[in-house]
Design a binder for this molecule. Structure first.
Ligand SMILES: [Zn+2]
Length: 251
């Protein structure tokens, strides 16, 4: 993994990316060389070999992480920027004043309605952010905290899930622990952690996974991946999207 310039930020990002495997070489490079072999008449008529039975306990190969930001399963992290970095999602709608794509907005509206019915009032805090908004935000964090810490709590422009239109930072309606780790202990935070998967959402940066995700615990950052992926992660006890896509090196 190389970065355009060595800086404290680059060093911090490289450190955070240690446990995440780098992208494979191009498929063309990985494909075996095709060799022209003269096939004899005898081998053409030879009986087909008996297929080897598939072992029952074979571990399924993790799905390949989609890179197209229009795909709801897209993987965006410190080693997987948006393609292109200037991507702007189409069809953004508002959920309580915050923008996101229509499909996750519909699911979030249901989530918030059901949460309210069970006594947990959830509000939207920050949804879609453009490349330029993220650029300004990252610069502000860097000025306030220095580049190393800024990289742990915020994404560089072109590397933020908020730019996909699939992400919403949520909060408790009473404002308790807004964008703070203690949100996880509020009624709203607990409800989200327990139920978001039913609506196709995951808590993207769970506690204790900073080395994998590159970010500190963010119980408020909900990422829409669709119910197929969120259910597979819930049932399989898969903690992060990086684990789901087999991006975490086995020890
Ligand atoms: Zn967020």
């Amino acid at each position: 993994m190389s970065y355009p310039r060595r800086s404290a930020l680059a060093a911090a990002l490289a450190g955070a990316a240690l446990l995440i495997t780098s992208l494979p070489a191009s498929p063309a490079a990985a494909a075996p060389l095709r060799t022209a072999v003269a096939v004899s008449a005898a081998s053409r008529t030879a009986p087909a070999p008996t297929p080897t039975p598939t072992p029952v306990a074979a571990k399924p190969t993790p799905p390949k992480p989609p890179r197209d930001p229009r795909n709801i399963g897209v993987l965006v992290n410190k080693t997987h920027p948006l393609k292109p970095k200037s991507y702007v999602p189409k069809g953004l709608v508002r959920v309580n004043g915050q923008r996101m794509r229509a499909e996750p907005a519909k699911a979030l509206t249901k989530l918030m309605r059901d949460a309210k019915r069970s006594g947990a009032r959830i509000v939207t805090v920050s949804g879609y952010r453009s490349y330029s908004t993220q650029k300004a935000l990252f610069a502000r964090y860097t000025r306030a905290y220095g580049s190393a810490y800024a990289a742990r709590i915020s994404a560089r422009p072109g590397y933020s899930e908020h730019q996909t239109g699939l992400t919403m930072d949520v909060g408790a309606a009473n404002g308790a622990c807004r964008l703070g780790s203690c949100f996880g202990n509020t009624k709203a935070g607990r409800w989200v952690a327990k139920n978001a998967w039913k609506y196709g959402y995951i808590v993207r940066y769970p506690k204790g996974q900073e080395k994998v995700t590159g970010y500190t615990y963010e119980p408020w950052h909900l990422r829409y991946v669709g119910v197929k992926i969120s259910t597979a992660m819930k049932k399989g006890k898969i903690p992060t999207l990086e684990h789901y896509y087999g991006q975490v090196k086995r020890r």
